[in-house]
Design a protein around this ligand. Structure first.
Ligand SMILES: [Zn+2]
Length: 329
């Protein structure tokens, strides 16, 4: 038996990504397929297991399964060092959108685009494939776990807010050194707090953070202001070229993030906020506005909060899920 490997699976709205890591969370191999979201939980788990099988075969030197698994440089080195050995998947971690009962490995609630996913028992389905420990996390929790997993002692923080600015706005809380999940596993979901202008939100209500700081919200506001159909990345390019209307939207997004940070600071005494997601890829536009907002909304008696950009690649959710699985070994 070789050294234990961790399989991290990120089940997203458009693709499922599967990644193999060594016990230090070094990425060895990764692959992805479009999410068969309309085909139900069994189809999604079958796709994940097939990818896990492919990754293990590739790493063990039996490539050619046709799913396009790619070994990283570290993976190639691993395969050379362990030639002739069968890769040993010792634990599995799953990160998925929606409300996740992480104690039981069950999807509590999911978006309508996932058929037959709410109520699905992910852990037991995976354990039919490999009888190993399975950890399951909400995707934003997994994102934050990934940020915290391999930090040196000197950079550890007690309490951190994770913000995922993607199509919508997701949040996660790391309190007293671990993920805080809440009574119904929805703790940290800050995208739908009220008090943010009066713009419509994806949830149907108005005035939520997500309407100002989520990708869909920014594109919608841009369309309202100009009639243009540019996406958030393109609105970013326009802001960089000096378009005042585009700049104003990025300022507004950063300002609203700063307000949300002030709320968390007051309530939870966090020491850091770590921000990722597709909208945060325009960090050059977002960061100055967030920092101005942090100055503008000082929180009495609270410590200074560090602002960090999580710019760490496609596999963040899978890596966080694998880090969670590592705790089960
Ligand atoms: Zn909302």
């Amino acid at each position: 038996m070789t050294s234990p490997l961790l399989l991290g699976i990120d089940i997203g709205g458009t693709k499922i990504m599967a990644c193999l890591y060594d016990s230090d969370l070094t990425l060895l191999a990764a692959t992805s397929v479009p999410t068969p979201a309309s085909e139900g939980g069994d189809a999604m788990i079958a796709a994940a297991c097939a990818m896990g099988e492919t990754l293990a075969l590739d790493l063990g030197g039996e490539s050619g399964s046709g799913l396009g698994a790619t070994l990283t440089e570290a993976g190639k080195a691993w395969a050379e060092t362990h030639a002739g050995e069968t890769p040993n998947i010792a634990a599995i971690g799953v990160g998925a959108a929606g409300l996740i009962d992480s104690e039981n490995g069950v999807v509590t609630a999911a978006s309508d685009s996932f058929q037959g996913w709410a109520g699905y028992e992910v852990r037991s389905a995976l354990q039919h494939w490999r009888d190993v420990p399975v950890a399951m996390e909400n995707d934003v929790n997994a994102f934050l776990i990934a940020q915290m997993a391999n930090r040196p002692q000197s950079e550890q923080r007690r309490s951190v807010l994770g913000l995922m600015l993607g199509t919508g706005v997701g949040g996660a809380l790391w309190l007293n050194g671990g993920i805080f999940r809440g009574t119904g596993y929805s703790a940290g979901e800050i995208g739908h707090i009220p008090g943010f202008d009066d713009v419509p939100c994806t949830c149907g209500a108005r005035g939520h953070l997500e309407g100002l700081a989520g990708g869909r919200g920014i594109a919608r506001l841009w369309h309202e202001a100009t009639g243009g159909d540019e996406d958030t990345r393109e609105v970013g390019d326009l802001a960089r070229s000096g378009d005042e209307r585009a700049l104003a939207l990025w300022d507004q997004a950063g300002d609203s993030v700063a307000k949300a940070v002030a709320i968390c600071q007051s309530l939870l005494d966090i020491d850091e906020v770590v921000i990722g997601g597709s909208v945060a890829k325009s960090w050059d536009l977002l960061e100055p506005a967030i920092r101005r907002g942090i100055e503008a909304y000082p929180v009495p008696i609270a410590r200074e909060v560090a602002i960090a950009h999580a710019d760490d690649g496609d596999d963040t959710v899978a890596r966080g899920a694998a880090a969670s699985a590592r705790l089960l070994l």
